[in-house]
Structures are given as C-alpha cells and as structure tokens.
Design a protein. Structure first.
Length: 293
C-alpha cells in the first residue's frame, strides 16, 4: 500500500510523518500500522491510502475496490482434493431449534428457516460437548459451530477460548452459501462476514425489494478460495464490511479478488456495528430499507 501511495518508509527506526509537517520525526511502524506518536493516530493500509489522498476510509475502500488487484505473493491455497476429510456430525433441525437460534441472534425465524431449508447451510448438532448451531456448505468444504447458549467454547490443550469452533478438515477460505449461485442464477450476491451476519442476511430477505443470495466468509483474515472465485463470475456482489480495520481490509482484499474473477462489486462499510448488531438495534425492516436491499 505504501508503494501504491508513493511513500518510502525506512526498514526500521523513526521517521517524519508522510501526512503532515513533522520537523521532529515522530512516526514508526508497529503491528503493521504507521503510528504517529505526536498525534496518537494509527494508520493501517486503508488509513494510509485515505490520509495520503485526503479522503475518508469509506471513500478509500470504494476507490481501492475499483483499482486492478495488486500482484502480491500469497500462501498457496490448500488443495481441496488433498485435505483431511471433514467429518460433520449428523445435523437436524426442529422448529424449536430454529426459534431458539432466532431469539439468540435477535432476528426473525425466517432467517434460520431459509438457511436450513432453502440454502441447506444450517443444522444443529453436538460439538465439543455442547449443543451447537453449525454452518456448512453442500460440498462439505467448511463447517463452523457456535454454542446455542451464546457462550464461547472453553480453552483446551490445543485451542484457546473461542466464539466459534471450526471443525477439523475445514477449508476456512471457502465462502458459505456460494454453492447456491447456480440455482439463483442472476441474483445479486450479498457477501458478509461471519456466521451471525450470514443468518441476519437470510432474515433480511423477507423485507428486501429484490431477491439476493446471502454468502459469508467465516473470518476477516481469509482470502476467497481460488476454487470458489469462478462461481462469482458475472455476478453483482455487495460487500457489507464490518466497521473496523479488519473488516475494511477484508473488503478491500475480497474486492480485488472478485474484480479479477469477473464480478462487479459494491463494497460498503456498515456504520454502527456489524449486520447482526444493526438488526438487533433497529429491526430487519429498517435495516433492509437503509441498505436498499
């Protein structure tokens, strides 16, 4: 990003701010951010681009999304044919499961119903000794469990405490719900981050003016798997980014991938919280109207 802005940073030590007059060098790089020790400002990759061009972070993400994707070396994608077999426990759903989950997430029951019965991405089973709701895809590339009581999974010998548990053998970079793209040919895609936002997007369908396909990446740090990218070709994709640095960086990364894959994109930074938080605060009807779904 610094190369894109024409900013030359030293490999180490302090340096003058590239964004203001700074006669006494007061900046350094910490945790992949430029830190201005005088103003206490921090600039991630989105912030650097925004500050350099005198625009807001929201304008920066829209501008970057339209630019050609940079050729940056990345870790090789896991080969889907050479991975550990994913073992998903038998998943069932009953009306009371769906009602309990809707109450837990503060959404209409139509969201869990659509996920379970229309898109076949949701089920309920035991995982790590707890009653859980589990998102997975029809190809069984990825499965993620969350507890029905809303509490985190406790730490054990190999894993720390966590809100969600990714089942062994999962390919975390696989987008949940994209396998339904062929059955909803031509419908725009709403790409969100995380399981709760995916369920919320499913519930917003009831109040939307047009049909769309909810899809979710289960982690802001992930790239979209190369095998999934062709499924986005020719589709209009709205990216609903979380209003934090990780969410903005994820939206920029996904935008670049999707443009190369032949999709048209419209990244949008959510304001006031993630999608599930917004619905809890304002209700599905209001949020669907404000997002022009």
């Amino acid at each position: 990003m610094c190369e894109l802005c024409g900013i030359d940073l030293p490999e180490s030590g302090v340096f003058s701010s590239p964004f203001r007059e700074d006669n006494n060098p007061s900046c350094d790089v910490w945790n992949e951010q430029i830190v201005d020790r005088t103003t206490n400002e921090r600039f991630d990759v989105i912030g650097v681009f925004a500050a350099h061009n005198g625009i807001t972070n929201r304008e920066a993400i829209r501008t970057l999304a339209k630019m050609p994707a940079p050729t940056v070396p990345s870790k090789p994608e896991p080969l889907l044919t050479q991975r550990k077999q994913l073992c998903i426990p038998p998943r069932k759903h009953r009306r009371d499961n769906l009602e309990d989950l809707a109450t837990l997430r503060g959404i209409n029951i139509t969201g869990p119903i659509r996920a379970a019965e229309t898109f076949e991405t949701l089920g309920f089973a035991m995982s790590c000794g707890f009653n859980c709701w589990i998102l997975s895809d029809a190809r069984q590339y990825l499965a993620e469990a969350r507890r029905m009581d809303g509490k985190p999974f406790p730490a054990n010998d190999t894993l720390s405490e966590r809100k969600s548990h990714t089942l062994p053998g999962s390919v975390k970079s696989w987008p949940i719900g994209i396998e339904c793209a062929n059955t909803l040919h031509g419908s725009p895609i709403v790409l969100c981050e995380g399981g709760p936002d995916y369920l919320t997007a499913c519930s917003l369908l009831q109040f939307a003016d047009r049909e769309f396909l909810p899809v979710a990446m289960l982690g802001a740090g992930q790239q979209i798997h190369a095998t999934a990218l062709p499924l986005f070709r020719g589709r209009h994709v709205r990216i609903l980014a979380h209003p934090d640095n990780a969410g903005l960086q994820a939206a920029t990364r996904w935008s670049a991938q999707l443009i190369q894959a032949g999709a048209t994109i419209a990244p949008e930074q959510l304001l006031g919280g993630d999608l599930n938080d917004l619905v809890k605060q304002h209700g599905e009807k209001t949020v669907a109207k404000e997002l022009n779904l």
